[in-house]
Design a protein around this ligand. Structure first.
Ligand code: SF4
Ligand code: SF4
Length: 327
């Protein structure tokens, strides 16, 4: 059985139930059905071309919140990535800057510097955690010496996946080859969680940093009922069937609040989307986090993704800490 349950990457099966609208941050902010999974599916069913749907294709944050609720099990993110690829090919000149920026990020790593690790557990920390060395050092201390931080954290690959831009085969293979010998790969970026789940053999456990940290007793015992715990949405929705059970147990045990709605979909902060990297306009993440905070009686915000720390600090005077900082 596949680790990532197969979804259907065929917009024609959408029957227009609108359930995806309820969880979509774009719908929440813009109230424009054209910018949602339903809007794109209906547009394509009626013969719209990529260029007609360009705003919709580019605005999706790939949060994945719509996938667990879709009764047709539509693989909304795979469809978006396919459409982005087509759009950039068909409208080459218009999107040349975006494509050039992503392509310029591709790393060239000489064979002798290809990452090697020794203990079987590896953390892909990502660009933003490397910019916060104090937090990264705490994570390393908590996870222990047997979790190695990969020097190649594939930031360029994550960016290209999200943009729907082809990754040079050699670069991808250079990144994946050492990972294939791992027992566990811990990711901070939900886009990589999903992709690695598809690229790596099923025997390799791909998990999110939130789970890796919150299952440690040193971290778990410090979570309080007065905490608001912010799950990183893209990892969560990439492995929803498994993680929904994990976070249910955590919630029952610690009694803290989560950014989960009644259907246990993680309300997206959207702070970790490509739009902020590339200067594209999609959703206002401050509105999202204000919405998540509204009507809550909490004393502290605990986040799994380092960018969510900055996002919440920008709108609240409550203490906001990364999960690694609770212990
Ligand atoms: S939830 Fe699925 S079937 Fe329903 S409108 Fe959205 S994409 Fe279509
Ligand atoms: S992936 Fe997120 S932003 Fe994109 S259509 Fe689904 S819910 Fe909306």
């Amino acid at each position: 059985m596949s680790r990532i349950p197969p979804l259907i990457a065929d917009f024609s099966v959408c029957h227009g139930c609108s359930l995806c609208l309820l969880v979509c941050p774009i719908w929440h902010q813009k109230h424009d059905v054209f910018l949602t999974a339903k809007g794109r599916a209906k547009g394509l069913q009626q013969g719209s071309k990529c260029k007609d749907l360009s705003d919709s294709i580019l605005s999706c944050t790939l949060c994945g919140a719509c996938e667990p609720v879709c009764p047709e099990q539509l693989d909304v993110r795979r469809i978006i990535l396919r459409l982005r690829r087509q759009l950039f090919i068909q409208q080459k000149e218009r999107y040349a800057n975006i494509v050039a920026k992503v392509q310029a990020s591709f790393k060239t790593i000489s064979e002798k510097n290809v990452y090697q690790f020794h203990h079987g557990r590896v953390l892909l920390a990502g660009k933003h955690l490397h910019e916060q060395p104090d937090v990264l050092a705490r994570i390393q201390r908590l996870l222990g010496k047997k979790v190695e931080i990969a020097s190649d954290d594939a930031w360029d690959i994550a960016l290209a996946v999200e943009a729907g831009i082809d990754i040079p085969t050699q670069r991808l293979e250079q990144f994946l080859k050492p990972l294939r010998t791992a027992k566990q790969v811990i990711v901070t970026d939900g886009i990589l969680h999903r992709s690695l789940g598809l690229w790596l053999p099923e025997s390799i456990d791909v998990t999110n940093l939130g789970q890796a940290l919150s299952q440690l007793s040193a971290v778990r015992k410090q979570l309080q009922p007065t905490d608001l715990y912010i799950i990183e949405e893209r990892s969560y929705h990439s492995d929803y069937q498994r993680l929904v059970k994990y976070y249910d147990t955590l919630r029952q045990e610690k009694q803290c609040q989560f950014n989960l709605d009644l259907q246990r979909i993680a309300v997206p902060t959207t702070r970790n989307s490509i739009h902020h990297e590339l200067g594209l306009i999609s959703v206002d993440y401050k509105q999202q986090v204000e919405w998540i905070l509204s009507h809550r009686n909490v004393e502290r915000v605990v986040v799994e993704h380092i960018l969510d720390k900055q996002a919440f600090q920008s709108v609240t005077a409550l203490p906001v800490i990364h999960l690694a900082e609770v212990a």
